[in-house]
Design a binder for this molecule. Structure first.
Ligand SMILES: Cc1cc2nc3c(=O)[nH]c(=O)nc-3n(C[C@H](O)[C@H](O)[C@H](O)COP(=O)(O)OP(=O)(O)OC[C@H]3O[C@@H](n4cnc5c(N)ncnc54)[C@H](O)[C@@H]3O)c2cc1C
Length: 441
């Protein structure tokens, strides 16, 4: 039976306390309720549950499962414009468009996300420095509000609601369908260069040097290395290129079948893995298929079970450029010292391209994302300390990855919330919203 949880599997939601409604195209309408009644049900759309924390959870409320909103509506192969229902996944879209040399304008590190979810978190990818966020490519969408209104939102029609819904964490209503523009590519391959770097300084110079000529850049870092090697890692940059063979879509055969025992991930196993990964022989230049380049983790189904029954938390922050070296040094040293981090640590420079969303996370600076197995209070304490560093340097934390930031931290990270509040649908809420705005529904 489908489980409605988030990717980090924390917090755990009692399945009896979260009702599920399936949304079908055109036939869905909200039940008549008196929204001012204190016991009126609160709704939240659910895409593919690929958010790590609690933005896609709604304990004591109703989740609107959008998996049946899975139809393509219109596809202009000449202009590269696609209209589809909001539950369509990036995987479905790639299968449709790759044969015609179109690509997603922006994609996160998994293709198992829905278009609605990608808008609600205004997702970013390895091309943020060139392309900004997914929200920039949205031409229009239909938003169903709980009072029954179906509103077309675009940069020129209901434009304020358009901007609030992009990055609006699902709180402005249910997105029914979306129209957005695609990106032309020469073929389904990527020419990739992988470069080892020995510390953060080298990362920054590689990143700055790559911004102009490389569409995609990202780095994997060993967050347990210290001293002169603090922030060492592998820098990966790539551009689309032609492919002689037709791309074959495959489904992953590898899967983590059950929850791994909690002790599997500890500082010794992670240290050994990081060391081997960093020192392994690398091929500097290669031509690779787009799938492993963009979605390496998708090749192992249910990899989140590696963290055991208690789940895990991701911390993804953004530090503005002027503080990037000092702040990252402080953070990575603290993380290395704690011995708590896992092996998946990613560093990326965001560009100076404004996101359309009122609450969008990306802005110019460095983003660091890393996973922590859930070890209870010890993990929460570490992440709270990371928050004090992020706050000190005027940074912010990504709600799509969060399950624990405090209301105070949220208020400082997202000062636009006050403006945003007036666009929230009164019958919509989420665990995330109730946590960061505890006095409200
Ligand atoms: C391996 C992995 C890698 C990732 N890499 C990145 C990355 O590189 N960049 C990045 O930005 N993110 C990344 N993410 C996070 C992921 O892209 C986002 O959390 C995305 O929003 C998940 O989409 P979803 O369909 O699973 O939505 P869900 O997680 O189900 O929901 C997310 C939000 O969207 C809302 N929502 C969903 N559908 C609708 C709808 N129809 N109408 C209104 N609101 C809706 C929900 O209410 C919720 O608030 C990654 C996640 C994973 C697991």
């Amino acid at each position: 039976m489908k489980q409605y949880q988030s990717w980090g599997r924390y917090p755990k939601i009692d399945k009896d306390k979260q009702d599920i409604y399936h949304v079908y195209p055109d036939s869905f309408s909200f039940p008549d309720t008196n929204e001012s009644a204190t016991d009126a049900p609160l709704f939240l759309a659910y895409g593919q549950g690929r958010s790590y924390g609690d933005v896609c959870l709604n304990e004591d409320g109703i989740l609107l499962d959008t998996q049946h909103l899975d139809h393509f509506i219109e596809y202009d192969k000449e202009k590269g414009i696609l209209r589809c229902e909001a539950g369509v996944t990036f995987e479905n879209i790639l299968q449709l468009i790759i044969p015609h040399n179109w690509f997603l304008p922006v994609t996160p590190g998994t293709k198992y996300v829905s278009v609605g979810g990608a808008i609600a978190n205004d997702v970013h990818g390895k091309n943020h420095h060139k392309a900004g966020t997914f929200g920039r490519y949205i031409l229009k969408f239909e938003l169903l509000r709980s009072n029954g209104d179906r509103l077309i939102c675009s940069p020129t029609e209901n434009s304020e609601l358009f901007n609030a819904t992009i990055g609006g964490l699902g709180l402005t209503g249910l997105i029914n369908w979306v129209e957005f523009s695609l990106k032309k590519i020469p073929g389904s391959n990527i020419e990739q260069e992988t470069i080892r770097f020995n510390n953060l300084k080298e990362f920054y110079s590689l990143s700055d040097e790559s911004d102009k000529d490389w569409e995609y850049t990202v780095a994997w870092i060993d967050c347990l290395a210290t001293g002169d090697e603090l922030g060492r890692g592998l820098f990966i940059r790539g551009n689309h290129c032609e492919s002689k063979k037709k791309h074959k879509f495959k489904t992953s055969k590898l899967s983590v079948p059950f929850d791994a025992p909690g002790f599997l991930l500890n500082k010794y196993t992670v240290n050994a893995f990081n060391h081997l990964y960093f020192k392994r022989p690398i091929k500097q230049f290669s031509v690779v298929d787009f799938d492993p380049f963009f979605y390496p983790l998708d090749s192992i189904a249910h990899w989140n079970r590696l963290y055991g029954k208690r789940g895990f938390m991701q911390y993804q922050c953004l530090i503005p450029t002027e503080h990037r070296e000092t702040a990252m040094n402080e953070m990575i040293a603290l993380i290395a010292d704690s011995g708590q981090a896992s092996f998946l640590s990613v560093l990326k420079e965001f560009g100076d391209i404004k996101s359309p969303g009122l609450l969008s996370f990306p802005r110019k600076g460095t983003t660091l994302a890393l996973d922590f197995p859930n070890r209870g209070q010890k993990t929460l304490d570490l992440l709270n300390t990371l928050d004090t560093i992020t706050l000190k340097y005027n940074g912010s934390v990504y709600p799509a990855k969060d399950a624990r930031m405090s209301p105070d931290a949220f208020a400082q990270y997202y000062p636009n919330w006050k403006e945003f509040e007036s666009f929230i649908d009164p019958s919509f809420s989420s665990n995330f919203k109730r946590r960061v705005r505890p006095s409200k529904k």
